[in-house]
Design a protein around this ligand. Structure first.
Ligand SMILES: *Cc1c(COP(=O)(O)O)cnc(C)c1O
Length: 374
């Protein structure tokens, strides 16, 4: 469809690039000239910087957020016969890796105000087969990690934080990725810390687990050309690591800008009838990868169409909860079983959110939304 000149994208990564273009191109050219494209000091430097940033003692870089989650499960020997509790309201990667590792994802319902999984439901889903819990800090908003960690400790369970959408968020003063047993990050371009391609990393305070993940991500190689288990090939390349080193220095500034935009949406939209704005828990500081509202009375799709006619582009994360996806038919979930996740996936839409969104652009979003809804 034809978009007006004032069209506002849901996100815009070119604009951010233009603000750091000279730094990024110099760093990329330096890597190209060095002849070292895989491993070495640039990647190690980034690992150290991300570990320091999150407050975790170790960081292992890898190819993607999906791989990060997979490597974490493998490092804890989670596989056939094991159950892993997670949310059905997330990107497929979160549960896909559980299946890939040979274990069974167990989905529990979510909380409609935070979009994160409901901790009472998590507690109720624990069985003797449960080995791990994967909290997803969805849209940048941290899960209550204090309550989750005490539940996990009580039952001796591993906690693998899915931090793909929440780099920089914190719970009770601690950055996500440093609270659970491991934290898994994605540097997919639209994440808060996004590269110019694929990338991922795992943080942990457990040096044995960090070591084990390095073995698995290098084809299960224990010593050079000596293999004791089946591994994978999962690397962050030097060009991405060099770019991410630069971007990490701006991350807090960008996250603060997102926070200001979210606060303004909150201030100007929270009283609008027919929609529900997202709520933050008191112990958390979120980083607003998305600003996601709920549209009541089955009006979500109509609202999105009308907004688009006014040049305001929105997204839907996620239109179908994972427990009802065809790929998980074998798990036997029935419609109505995780009713909050099912209802919310019909209601949600994410408004334009990126650090460079201007006040005028945001005004246009807010004005259009109010106009459409009345
Ligand atoms: C993006 C994302 C992933 C996967 O990251 P990739 O780098 O794309 O593999 C996992 N979990 C969540 C919640 C995500 O948003």
């Amino acid at each position: 469809m034809i978009q007006s000149i004032n069209s506002i994208p849901a996100f815009d990564i070119r604009q951010q690039y233009s603000t750091i273009e000279s730094e990024v191109s110099a760093a990329v050219l330096e890597v190209l000239a060095s002849g070292r494209y895989i491993g070495g000091p640039v990647v190690e430097g980034f690992e150290q910087q991300l570990a320091a940033y999150t407050g975790a003692s170790h960081c292992v870089a890898c190819n993607s957020g999906t791989d990060a989650l997979y490597l974490a499960l493998r490092a804890f020997n989670i596989g056939a016969g094991d159950e892993v509790i997670t949310t059905p309201f997330t990107f497929i990667a979160t549960s896909e890796v559980v299946s890939l590792a040979g274990a069974t994802p167990v989905f529990v319902d979510i909380d409609a105000t935070t979009f994160n999984f409901n901790l009472e439901q998590v507690a109720a889903a624990i069985t003797p087969k449960t080995k791990a819990i994967i909290p997803v800090h969805l849209f940048g908003q941290p899960v209550d990690m204090t309550a989750l960690m005490s539940l996990a400790e009580e039952h001796n369970l591993v906690v693998i934080e899915d931090c793909a959408q929440s780099t920089g968020a914190s719970w009770d003063g601690k950055r996500v990725g440093s609270i659970g047993h491991v934290g898994c990050f994605s540097f997919y371009p639209t994440k808060n810390l996004g590269g110019c391609g694929d990338g991922g990393a795992i943080t942990t305070n457990d040096s044995e687990i960090a070591k084990r993940m390095r073995v698995i991500k290098e084809h299960g190689q224990k010593n050079r050309y000596y293999y004791e288990e089946i591994g994978v090939n999962s690397r962050l390349d030097c060009i991405q690591a060099a770019i991410l080193q630069i971007k990490l220095r701006y991350l807090d500034t960008w996250n603060n800008q997102r926070g200001q935009i979210a606060a303004r949406y909150q201030q100007l939209l929270s009283q609008v009838p027919g929609i529900i704005t997202p709520q933050e828990l008191p112990g958390g500081v979120g980083v607003w990868n998305q600003y996601t509202i709920r549209v009541l009375d089955n009006k979500r799709d109509e609202l999105r169409t009308k907004l688009q006619e006014r040049g305001v582009n929105t997204m839907v994360y996620y239109p179908h909860p994972l427990h009802l996806q065809p790929v998980y038919e074998n798990l036997g979930y029935k419609p109505g079983q995780l009713s909050v996740a099912e209802q919310v996936s019909q209601e949600v839409t994410s408004l334009p959110m990126f650090p460079e969104l201007s006040e005028e652009q945001q005004d246009q979003v807010i004005y259009s939304l109010k106009d459409v809804i009345s």
